[in-house]
Write a protein that binds this ligand. Structure first.
Ligand SMILES: C[S@@+](CC[C@H](N)C(=O)[O-])C[C@H]1O[C@@H](n2cnc3c(N)ncnc32)[C@H](O)[C@@H]1O
Length: 963
């Protein structure tokens, strides 16, 4: 029995049926499931794909964060295990009856009533439109590669490699694997246990890669070919594929598998025992003896199966390595064949860590190519030049005629940031990132291991390096290469188009364009909190985010706001920053008619802001110490611009201010952890006490001994005399009263319900984009006010978003369309109730009824959002410690809304996440976000620690008895 496919159980802003439904649930002792609430959002607009729903007996109660309205805790989540519901005969009809009876009298209702036949069961009348999810009890995943006809869901490697070191069991030649404090050999059977295909191992008997290491530079292309032939045994792999068992990603016509996630977080192993051609269902027999018939297209599965077996079972599929999922078995096997016992040498494949990225496969380059000059150069032996697989222009760097031998084509990585490739695989580095460029890097790494060939683009990187030595102009060199392919993703990339369209560029300049990931933080101070007296502003054109005061604005009225570079009268093309090679960001004019980043100006000791209220123009560039220009940035490695260095306490006395700048200038010093002194008795340099300015002119920045590029602001609170808390930790305290978190509510004001179409100017690109449900930048003009964006978002979110089974937890929200960083994704809505009401609902209704937490959180002392029974699907968005969204209050027409914004570009079918910043001193909620930077708990540890520090045990308090 099932609901009509397109039936919506709960609609946003439709109170009456909600209440009825709730009552009904209460009578029936059934939970109100968030999943049911969102069925409309999922598939109403899902391009012809049948609308999905869950039969009630397969619905589980959900866990969710809820609110404690009392005390200091903003949000208290109760993690209660999912519970299968008991199906009560006839309840589905009753619920549908209730729903139909009370469905709102709006156009949606009319549409749906027209669409839905009222007789039942719909499953019979239109079986195509029904998808039923099967949910199974969790079972322990047992896996053996050897098991014939085994059907595995997911990667065994992922499950197994977390295990402690396994005892030796037979060897694969000289393979050494290092575990903490221990190097040891890895046996065949162990590799098999770790998911390495035995057929792969049998092919690894040839010479070790080290012995036949290929010289990867240009001059040795011939040897590449030769070696390739020598390794033909590996290349015969494809012929063996048909017989050998491999990981396959199955494809099913007409279904996008990303929508269908496993309901449970465990993978079940079993085998396919049959196929029903009539029903298109496969019979699956699980290892525990259970059997069920499945429409495989609604499952996310991987098969460990041979091509022949696939054919006999009528399965179609493709080799995952050729698609987006690397063949980990082979990769592991190939990597295991590398002799790990020797020193690192050029040509070695390794894992390297670049700040802000997952451990990434890379190859060690010849150090002589990338020797560099500058005060901060890494001392010999402590760092190695590497080139990354999959993202070749990480390291495309400019030629600077002022600095000898600076033709960098690689990134230097500290040795401690490098891990052996085999060990990295054993530590599951290959499973830690799912981005396409990471998968591509694995694929290239595999190619390098098996065929000893670097991708063409990496080779051409080296060609560039050679070219750069012989040409005078860096621009020429860069244009010569073929790396400007915009399809090659990167963190830092040289922006050729920038150079080409910019007529006058400083000598030796090459821009570095950064994909600003942190749209949710101020581009000047880099803090992600908002203050009452320093609100966030987002440029309605370029979407850059700044604090009002950090950027030097007067006030914010919620209307259209453009940053300096997007306003009328700004330079036609983004000007280069005079102080660094990074393009874009929060820039201001300099007193000498150029432009520079505010952040650069603030951090470089010699520069200052002429008017600190307006935060412009930037002055003092001519005073920058000449040695500072020679420094090479240890983050981007570009020897262009002026760098700051970590400060040494002893140097402080040398720093001073010109007397006449006393009132105006801002000075910041950066200290490494070692030298930072949090005490207040440190002399405050900002104040300017008139010490000899000549000394500053002679100041030579010290050598950066530690090589640490991470700086912490010194005496942050004295900046601009601001009132708000200074250090991040102090700011966190602020959050306690103003949760940044999950929030959201909608007052259901009729004014916000008016169709956005009505309010838009007919005929604009914008309105047509809305009608088409497009959020594409191509389709939209680039400037909208918040109000316009808000209306567009409301009009289109159903077309853009879907909910589905999440890999993180229960259900989650997925992007049906790609989103751009800064896009308004969805509004978090629900019922706004007072804390006592929320408390009562939670304790008297939801807890006993649902057996799980509720979808509530506190906005402040007066308001709590209850999204359990009303609201959009935003409440299903899961938490991640490395999220792709963030939440933010905005005001539209005087009304507050909580909006989920895209923090970065979001690909199609990506799950939306944001950082809950869950605050609870008492409760720890384990996090399963799986991100590289997962802190292990959903809790906002920092805020909790700060709050805990402020509390003193009762025993330590002394009662005051007057006088
Ligand atoms: C608002 S619900 C999110 C939707 C939820 N997945 C569901 O199906 O109902 C929040 C709850 O999801 C779970 N959750 C969300 N993100 C999580 C994460 N990263 N790790 C563990 N649990 C998470 C927690 O139990 C939390 O209380």
């Amino acid at each position: 029995m099932a609901f009509p496919a397109s039936q919506t159980l709960i609609q946003e802003n439709c109170h009456e049926p909600q209440q009825e439904l709730e009552q009904h649930h209460q009578q029936q002792q059934l939970p109100v499931s968030a999943k049911l609430a969102s069925s409309e959002d999922v598939d109403n607009h899902y391009g012809g794909t049948p609308i999905r729903f869950l039969p009630l007996h397969h619905v589980y109660s959900a866990t969710s964060p809820c609110v404690s309205a009392s005390g200091s805790s903003n949000v208290v989540s109760k993690k209660v295990r999912a519970r299968k519901l008991t199906l009560i005969d006839g309840c589905l009809d009753d619920i549908r009856h209730v729903y139909e009876h009370h469905q709102c009298e709006d156009e949606k209702k009319v549409e749906e009533e027209e669409r839905l036949p009222k007789s039942e069961p719909h499953a019979d009348s239109s079986p195509q439109s029904i998808r039923v999810y099967s949910r199974r009890q969790k079972k322990k995943s047992t896996s053996t590669v050897e098991n014939k006809n085994s059907l595995f869901y997911g990667s065994m490697v992922e499950k197994e490699v977390k295990a402690e070191p396994i005892e030796d069991e037979g060897f694969v030649g000289d393979v050494l694997v290092g575990f903490p404090n221990k190097k040891r050999r890895v046996g065949c059977s162990e590799l098999i246990k770790l998911g390495v295909d035995s057929s792969v191992l049998s092919r690894l008997n040839g010479p070790r890669l080290r012995e036949s290491r290929f010289q990867y530079n240009l001059n040795s292309r011939k040897s590449v070919v030769k070696k390739k032939k020598q390794n033909s045994s590996v290349n015969h792999k494809n012929q063996d594929d048909w017989q050998a068992k491999k990981w396959f990603q199955l494809a099913f016509d007409g279904v996008n598998p990303m929508v269908y996630w496993p309901l449970d977080d465990v993978w079940y192993s079993g085998s396919i025992s049959g196929y029903n051609t009539e029903s298109n269902q496969h019979k699956v027999k699980y290892e525990d003896g259970d059997e069920e018939e499945l429409i495989l297209s609604v499952e996310q599965i991987k098969f460990h199966i041979s091509g022949e077996e696939m054919q006999s079972l009528n399965l179609t599929g493709k080799r995952s390595m050729d698609d987006d999922d690397p063949d980990y078995s082979l990769l592991m096997g190939l990597a295991a064949s590398v002799d790990e016992s020797r020193e690192l040498e050029p040509g070695d494949i390794i894992w390297a860590k670049l700040t802000g990225h997952a451990m990434w496969p890379a190859v060690i380059m010849d150090g002589s190519l990338s020797d560099r000059k500058g005060l901060n150069r890494c001392s010999g032996g402590r760092s190695v030049p590497v080139q990354f697989f999959g993202t070749h222009d990480f390291a495309r760097l400019p030629y600077n005629p002022n600095v000898a031998n600076n033709f960098l084509v690689t990134i230097r990585i500290q040795v401690k940031q490098i891990k052996s490739f085999v060990k990295g695989l054993f530590s599951c580095f290959h499973l830690k990132c799912k981005s396409s460029r990471f998968l591509r890097s694995l694929k290239e790494a595999k190619m390098y291991l098996s065929e000893q060939i670097l991708p063409k683009s990496m080779l051409s990187m080296q060609r560039v390096s050679v070219d750069v030595q012989t040409v005078e102009s860096n621009e020429t060199a860069i244009r010569d290469d073929d790396l400007s392919n915009p399809n090659v993703p990167s963190k830092f990339s040289s922006d050729n188009s920038f150079s080409e369209r910019h007529p006058i560029l400083p000598n030796g300049y090459l821009s570095i364009s950064i994909k600003w990931k942190d749209l949710d933080r101020c581009n000047v101070c880099h803090m992600d909190e908002e203050y009452e007296n320093n609100l966030f502003l987002q440029c309605d054109k370029c979407r850059m985010m700044v604090h009002v005061r950090c950027y030097g604005e007067e006030s914010v009225d919620g209307g259209l706001w453009l940053c300096k570079l997007c306003r009328v009268g700004a330079p036609e093309f983004t000007p280069p920053c005079q102080l660094c090679p990074v393009t874009g960001g929060a820039m201001k004019p300099t007193t000498d008619g150029h432009w520079a980043h505010l952040a650069c100006a603030i951090w470089i000791p010699e520069t200052c802001l002429s008017d600190i209220k307006r935060m412009e123009p930037i002055d003092g560039l001519s005073r920058i110490n000449k040695d500072r220009w020679k420094l090479v940035c240890s983050i981007c490695n570009v020897p262009w611009g002026a760098c700051i260095q970590l400060e040494d306490e002893d140097r402080l006395h040398l720093m001073s201010l010109d007397e006449d700048e006393e009132e105006q200038c801002i000075r910041l010093l950066s200290f490494c952890k070692k030298h930072r002194q949090p005490s207040n008795d440190r002399p405050i340099m900002d104040e300017g006490n008139g010490t000899d300015s000549c000394q500053r002119a002679n100041y030579i920045p010290p050598i950066n001994d530690s090589g640490c590029a991470r700086c912490e602001p010194y005496d942050y609170s004295s900046r601009r005399g601001r009132k708000e808390p200074a250090a991040a930790s102090a700011k966190r305290l602020f959050l306690e009263n103003r949760p940044y978190l999950v929030g959201a509510y909608c007052l259901f004001d009729s004014s916000t319900q008016t169709s956005a179409k009505d309010k838009l100017i007919i005929g604009t690109k914008f309105s047509s984009a809305i009608r088409n449900g497009s959020s594409n930048d191509e389709a939209l003009p680039s400037i909208f006010s918040m109000a316009d964006k808000y209306r567009c978002m409301r009009e289109t979110f159903r077309k853009r978003l879907a909910f589905g089974k999440s890999r993180i937890h229960g259900f989650g929200i997925f992007a049906k369309q790609p989103h751009k960083a800064g896009d308004m994704v969805i509004e978090y809505t629900g019922e706004v109730v007072r804390p006592p009401v929320a408390d009562r609902r939670e304790h008297l209704i939801y807890n006993s009824l649902v057996g799980a937490g509720t979808y509530m959180f506190r906005i402040n002392d007066e308001r709590v959002i209850d999204a359990t029974r009303a609201g959009s699907i935003a409440h299903l968005i899961n938490h991640s410690c490395e999220p792709n969204c963030y939440s933010r209050f905005i005001t539209v027409s005087g009304e507050e809304h909580i909006i989920i914004f895209a923090k970065r570009d979001i690909g199609q079918w990506e799950e939306l996440t944001y950082d809950y910043r869950f605050f609870s001193i008492d409760e720890q909620l384990s996090c399963y976000c799986g991100s590289q930077r997962c802190r292990g708990v959903v809790n906002d540890i920092e805020a909790e620690e700060q709050a805990a520090k402020r509390c003193v045990p009762r025993s330590e308090l002394i009662d005051w008895r007057g006088d």
